[in-house]
Design a protein around this ligand. Structure first.
Ligand code: C5P
Length: 217
């Protein structure tokens, strides 16, 4: 095992999208690639942490030294997070689908030729971050992410309180499209905002992990 500033710390990370089935062949998803979350898992492992990475459906290799749990849906991710506790730090990078089908069909929904369009009724998924932040097994440092297309800092500041997180790491997905190689992170906490310049997702991960080790040292 690597010795570093996070040796002896358990860091729990969620990454990637979730897939919410509509029927056996269709699902609701989003454009998350998982790259930023996987880069953070890799950086935390390089800093000596014991890392559990709960990954939605992505096509990325597991970073060296990281324990990976693959899930598909938000409810599976929620259960996997719970099962991985306790942790010293939780970093919720996953782009969890906000809604899932209220009535997942057990057989493929067919066009019946009448031109009638089937309705898609949605229900809300569990908010994994908010649930964890309020739980009695809350890790001492809980970090959420916010992917926004507008008013990034205002939304991030509101999210800090609404989710009960210690930090919200915001990024602008209008200028940095999901799936890209670079990111510009804004770390929002009770003590203010630190805006990092645009850099690769690996460099952004290293910078974030440095701030985490400084905060919990
Ligand atoms: O509310 P919003 O989806 O923008 O919040 C984003 C943050 O909340 C991210 O850290 C994400 O991983 C987390 N989240 C979650 N469970 C949800 C929705 C979001 O953990 N159902």
């Amino acid at each position: 095992p690597v010795q570093g500033p996070l040796t002896g710390k358990h860091i729990l990370i969620t990454a990637g999208p979730t897939h919410e089935p509509i029927d056996p062949v269709r699902y609701i998803a989003n454009r998350s690639s998982g790259k930023q979350g996987f880069a953070i898992a890799a950086a935390a492992a390089r800093a000596g942490a014991t890392v559990t990475l709960i990954a939605g459906p992505v096509t990325l290799p597991t970073p060296p030294g990281v324990t990976r749990v693959d899930v598909e849906t938000a409810r599976q991710m929620d259960a996997a997070v719970d099962a991985a506790l306790p942790a010293d730090v939780a970093i919720m990078v996953a782009a969890v689908a906000d809604w899932r089908s209220a009535d997942e069909a057990q057989q493929k929904i067919k066009k019946d030729g009448s031109g009638k369009i089937p309705p898609l009724h949605l229900v809300e998924n569990p908010d994994i971050l908010a649930t964890l932040a309020k739980s009695d097994r809350r890790p001492p440092l809980v970090i959420g992410f916010a992917a926004e297309t507008n008013d990034v800092l205002a939304h991030a500041t509101a999210k800090l309180a609404r989710k009960g997180a210690d930090w919200i790491v915001a990024n602008d997905v209008a200028t940095h499209l999901m799936g890209g190689e670079v990111n510009a992170l804004h770390i929002v906490s009770a003590s203010g905002v630190e805006s990092l310049p645009e850099m690769t997702k690996d460099a952004a991960a290293t910078a974030l992990v440095k701030r985490i080790s400084d905060a919990i040292a």
